[in-house]
Design a protein around this ligand. Sequence first.
Ligand SMILES: Cc1cc2nc3c(=O)[nH]c(=O)nc-3n(C[C@H](O)[C@H](O)[C@H](O)COP(=O)(O)OP(=O)(O)OC[C@H]3O[C@@H](n4cnc5c(N)ncnc54)[C@H](O)[C@@H]3O)c2cc1C
Length: 305
Amino acid sequence: MKTMIVDALILGAGPAGLAAASALGRARRHVLIIADSEYRNRASHAMHGVLACEGMNPIDFLTRSQQQLTALYPSIRLESDTVQRAARIGTPESPAFEIETATGAVYQGRRLILATGAIDELPTEIAGFATCWPDHLPPLSTYHVHLALRARCFNDRVIVYTDGLLYTEVQRCEAEKLFAPALAQGVTLQHTPISRLEPLPVEKGPGVHVYLEGGKSERVDFLVYKTLTRPASAHLATQLGLQISEIPGQGSVIACKEPTGATSVPGLFVCGDAGSPIKGVAPAMAQGLCVADVVWGGLLEEDKS
Ligand SMILES: Cc1cc2nc3c(=O)[nH]c(=O)nc-3n(C[C@H](O)[C@H](O)[C@H](O)COP(=O)(O)OP(=O)(O)OC[C@H]3O[C@@H](n4cnc5c(N)ncnc54)[C@H](O)[C@@H]3O)c2cc1C
């Protein structure tokens, strides 16, 4: 069993963790990143919304970023492992943390940054869903009504599948009130549950055949899924004494303050999808940078005293 003490332990090597590491590495702080390869967008083939990297494969983006950081900053080390246990071992004035990995390695750090991302909760009861995800069925986190209105900008025919979740007439009336702005724009609601999804052959585009209970089916040119997400490392957050906050219609996040990522535990920070309802590569990087700045400032303060 080996023990190593660093300035900051960063769990996760996605955009959030790597951005935090980059700022701390530039400040010549000793950083250890521990991560497995469960990036949220690992099944996607093209990344959007990141300037100069439009359409880039997300894994190529992360691999290149990791290589660049470890080559440029000798104080950054990256270990491939899964963290299973995390504990507080310091005091509020001089915080410290200890983690243990699946391979039995133990590490200690003066600060701990959870950049462990989120997990999408996908329905298991719809046949074909897994085959369509995510190339034929990308995730979107916008609220349903806004999503329907946005989709209407691209297509005349927009259908919202409620998947039979609105069982009663009252619930359906409520939904119709909620969706009124979208219905006024020609959007329709389909309450019959989906029984099966079948992707069109790749050469025919991203379309999907939607089969409804009762036998009716229709072809749609583009289908998106409103995901609920939960923190990938909820167990570690709980071991460290952090709360998990529910966000109606979105899932849950590890409770922290934005934009500093500070938590109720001194020295413990959260960034990226793990702690924010605003989920995306660029927001995760921005949050990682903010956290690193606060961590660096805190270390300087502590070293003075
Ligand atoms: C299908 C799909 C497509 C997407 N496309 C886009 C897009 O085009 N543009 C965009 O901006 N956003 C996109 N997103 C969202 C984007 O993937 C996330 O917002 C972004 O990856 C968040 O970065 P992160 O660093 O917080 O988490 P992640 O990238 O998920 O990284 C989490 C890291 O933590 C590690 N980890 C977790 N638990 C542990 C543990 N216990 N021990 C060790 N390591 C651990 C993981 O292995 C990984 O290294 C997409 C999401 C999905 C699902």
